[in-house]
Design a protein around this ligand. Structure first.
Ligand code: UDP
Length: 313
């Protein structure tokens, strides 16, 4: 039987590299593509010896060529932390818009099924809680997060248009906060920031008064949800995330306890448009995909902490 051929953009990133592992485990031939602006070869170093793995150093905002057949394309290339997309706003807009258009064109040419990585950021600072897929969101297009949020909203619209107009097979996953090994220690997101600070004995920087909430999903659960969505026939967006919601203050305390650190919590100004609450409603994922998270935050934090301990050393 010939292997399914899968293109994973952002393949050297946090989620992209875990997807490479998963599709190789499913006996697919994996082509990872990344411009390495926020991704790292370290995340896929263990795959280069394999004959069923290829890596292309390429920016998908430019024309994308892949020779041979493709069965699936998973578009995961994008800066994904608020610090990153503040630093590189134009690239963030381009990879979500031009990059998505290029890949949809490629999917159409190859007759491939395309899955795009969307985000809970499409809900902005949500006025509906928890967030269901039916909620249209509360996004500031010209605020600092606009470059990411609007690129992702455009990406969803473009993907849906290729589905309705060209009959392309498409899937849209709305990813909520996810954590695990291979996150970048310096990407500015709350989990690497807190773990890094705790391990170095520095104080943990909570933004605002720390009362804002997030709901953190362990990466293995997320990858399973994405895989199931790709294999399903669900064209409408599906939330994948862990509904276990906590405040940033509680999260800081958890990290201090877990690391056995003497660090205290200190407070810094809340970044503009920082969502006050976020929790996925995963009813649809349960019903359509038979999926729900299996790992508690505490179970996921163990391997994550081990990973960061090696990095901080
Ligand atoms: N945050 C914080 N301290 C940090 C980094 C982030 O208190 O050092 C807060 C941030 O203001 C936000 C939450 O943690 O309310 C999650 O931030 P993150 O950047 O991880 O992702 P977001 O969910 O905002 O996209």
């Amino acid at each position: 039987m010939t292997k399914k051929r899968v293109l994973i953009t952002g393949g050297a990133g946090f989620l992209g590299s875990h997807l490479c592992d998963r599709f190789l485990a499913e006996r697919c031939h994996v082509i990872a593509m990344d411009n390495l602006i926020t991704g790292s070869l370290e995340n896929i170093e263990h795959l280069f010896h394999r004959e069923d793995f290829e890596f292309y150093h390429h920016d998908v905002s430019k024309f994308v060529h892949v020779s041979g057949d493709l069965d699936y394309i998973l578009h995961f290339a994008s800066p994904a932390s608020p610090i990153d997309y503040l630093k590189i706003p134009i690239q963030t807009l381009k990879v979500g818009s031009l990059g998505t258009h290029n890949l949809l064109g490629l999917a159409k040419a190859k007759g491939a099924r395309m899955l795009i990585a969307s985000t809970s950021e499409v809900y902005g600072d949500p006025l509906v809680h928890p967030q269901t897929e039916e909620y249209w969101g509360n996004v500031n297009p010209v605020g600092p997060r606009g470059v990411y949020d609007e690129a992702k909203r455009f990406q969803e619209a473009m993907t849906m248009a290729y589905h309705t107009y060209h009959g392309l097979e498409t899937r849209i996953v709305r990813i909520f906060n996810t954590f695990g090994p291979r996150m970048r220690l310096d990407d500015g997101r709350v989990l690497p920031a807190f773990i890094g600070q705790a391990l170095r004995g520095e104080d943990l920087t909570a933004f605002g008064d720390g009362s804002q909430t997030r709901s953190f999903c362990y990466v293995d659960d997320l990858i399973e949800g994405i895989y199931r969505l790709l294999m399903s026939d669900c064209v409408d967006p599906v939330n994948i995330g862990n509904p276990d919601e906590i405040t940033i203050n509680q999260f800081a305390e958890e990290i201090i306890k877990l690391t056995g650190s003497q660090s205290k919590i200190i407070y810094k100004p809340l970044p503009k448009d920082d969502p006050m609450q976020r929790q996925p409603n995963i009813t649809k994922a349960k019903e359509v995909l038979g999926w729900e998270p299996k790992y508690s935050r505490n179970e996921g934090l163990k391997p994550t902490l081990e990973y960061f301990q090696n990095k901080v050393k």
